[in-house]
Design a protein around this ligand. Sequence first.
Ligand code: SAM
Length: 303
Amino acid sequence: MTIEHVPVMIDQVLEQFDSIDRFELLLDGTLGLGGYSEAILDRFQDVRVIGVDQDPYAIEIASSRLARFGDRFIPVMDNFSNISGIVGGLGFDHVDGIVFDLGISNMQITVPERGFSFRENGPLDMRMDGGRQDGISAGEMINQLSAPELSDIFRVYGEERHSWMIAKGIVRFREKFGPILDTFSLVEAIRSSLPAPAMRKAKGHPARKVFQALRIVVNGEMEALKEGLDGAIEVISPGGVIVVVGYHSLEDRIVKWKFREWKDETEGTIMTRKALLPSEEEVERNPKSRSAKLRAFMANIPM
Ligand SMILES: C[S@@+](CC[C@H](N)C(=O)[O-])C[C@H]1O[C@@H](n2cnc3c(N)ncnc32)[C@H](O)[C@@H]1O
């Protein structure tokens, strides 16, 4: 099966890097299927790209896709929270551009065995690193946490209005039928916990927010983003550019505040006063780009 990932807001991403004076090295913190890295390697012929992903399958697929660039492409399997370790470990002091395209890739959603999809049945896993770090899976979380703990997760990370009803419903489902082991059982537990009017009013799939919340917590996404941004400002060259594309308000809030903090600390300039959004045409062509927001920051060149 070939899995396509249409890179989101790629033209706007590339444009941000046009303003770098001496552009030689970029770190793509979320390599995925290599869509951004490929576009960057094609457009900027003197640039080398370090492509980071914590998902071994992403590294494998992107490496074969980008093999034609030879040693201009350097794949690294790691968490982007370790940016400075990655850059230093390769023997570099700085990188001139950094890009993060947050969340999960089409490959991760499309393969049912990864357990990210509420539309396909698969084991409740959701670990982006495929369990390499022995982190807790979504299934362990769903089956071990109490109703108040689950409700907090759904409310905070899914912004789910019916978090308490769903959490109680999941616990009831567990008591009645035993552990919830696959994605379809979880969807059923969610459906059975919501009254008909709430189901009718739900925008999109009724399980969407719960799946988002679980994915964020299982992968420690918010902590990784904060650490990744802290690392990014440490390793960015003077005059270098950091670009972040996020897909929900929790991510965007972290990026917006980090950029403001850097500006106040006179680290550089916010290039996007307001977040850039995909064009209507892009959203029509690729509905997954609908919620994307792009923010960019340029590091100061010391006088
Ligand atoms: C939206 S996809 C990126 C798609 C990519 N821009 C492309 O065009 O193909 C996000 C990727 O980032 C990876 N990822 C998410 N959080 C990560 C983290 N903290 N460290 C390393 N990789 C991460 C995921 O495994 C996934 O492959």
